[in-house]
Design a protein around this ligand. Structure first.
Ligand code: NAD
Length: 279
């Protein structure tokens, strides 16, 4: 069994981004990323802080808009429009989830798709579905980079993606399909999950349920990617029972240190891409 070391690859990617940002600065171009955080969800605060710090480290200029949870939809839309028009801003990230009274779809659609570094806008999801992507959602993008780093070719392989969320599961399945994999997407209503995962060459779990994927559910030599993040007592754990599954897997991502760092690295990467597209 070998570890898919997302932490190490993310470090390499960040170093190469920093080099590119440094050379852009010689042309007086400073990439800018705007974060919008509504309310005081503790997990969201941690994520935005981590992303802000990552920007600082590579020299990307970040703007933080922290707003009270009572903000109206109209007010939030105004802020996004202002950022759409701001030439200093190359990327806009609205941290999800949003408070219930705000229509998430409407908010995402307000972001200029050319600054949608999260890749959540329907235009970007649509381009991915057509196999001609502009911005790709950071988590599945990071997973593809990680598989590529370890020379794991998905072409012709059977892949099961567990979780059909818009952030990971669905774009993941699209990316894999675009790369020639045969993909099955499973979700809460899937019957006999084990029957499906057991046949897969690659299992990617993006659910948020500890111990969902156990040793008896994977075949010998499978590649297992764990996207899930859950808090159990004081520990952060994934969806996969790492100890059991790692006995059978050929490659496996740890939690933490697997997919998480790659997600942040790809956000920086997408921001740099945005600068390049606009140049
Ligand atoms: P989501 O709520 O959008 O989707 C969850 C999916 O899981 C749904 O399709 C649902 O049908 C499915 N599901 C729920 N229970 C299931 C079960 N028992 N069996 C099979 N499928 C089941 O969630 P999301 O935003 O895609 O996030 C999923 C997990 O990934 C969360 O734990 C989240 O924190 C984590 N996440 C991690 C990263 C990272 O960088 N590591 C990035 C994004 C999300």
């Amino acid at each position: 069994m070998a570890i898919l070391d997302g932490k190490a690859l993310a470090k390499k990617i960040r170093a190469s981004i920093k080099k590119e940002v440094d050379s852009l600065k010689k042309e007086s171009i400073i990439p800018g990323l705007a974060f919008i955080l509504v309310g005081d969800n503790p997990a969201s605060q941690v994520y935005v802080n981590m992303k802000t710090k990552a920007c600082e480290e590579v020299g990307i200029y970040s703007i933080n808009h922290r707003m009270p949870s009572e903000i109206s939809e109209r007010e939030l839309i105004e802020v996004i429009k202002m950022l759409n028009d701001n030439p200093m801003v190359d990327g806009i990230l609205v941290q999800l989830p949003l408070p219930k009274h705000l229509n998430e779809e409407k908010i995402i659609e307000t972001i200029d798709y050319r600054k949608d570094v999260d890749g959540f806008h329907p235009y970007n999801m649509g381009r991915l579905a057509r196999g001609n992507p502009l911005f790709i959602s950071c988590t599945p993008y990071g997973i593809m980079k990680l598989l590529n780093e370890y020379s794991i070719d998905v072409k012709g392989r059977d892949v099961v993606v567990v979780g059909a969320g818009n952030i990971t599961g669905k774009p993941m399945a699209l990316m894999l399909t675009n790369s020639g994999a045969t993909v099955q997407i499973c979700h809460i209503y899937t019957q006999n999950l084990k029957e499906k995962t057991k046949r897969a060459d690659i299992v990617i779990s993006a659910v948020g349920k500890p111990n969902l994927i156990t040793e008896d559910m994977v075949k010998e030599g499978a590649v297992v990617v764990d996207v899930g993040i859950s808090r159990v007592k004081d520990r952060v754990v994934g969806d996969v029972d790492f100890e059991g599954v790692s006995k059978k897997a050929s490659y496996i991502t740890p939690v933490p240190g697997g997919v998480g760092p790659m997600t942040i690295a790809m956000l920086l990467y997408n921001t740099l891409q945005s600068v390049k597209f606009r140049k």
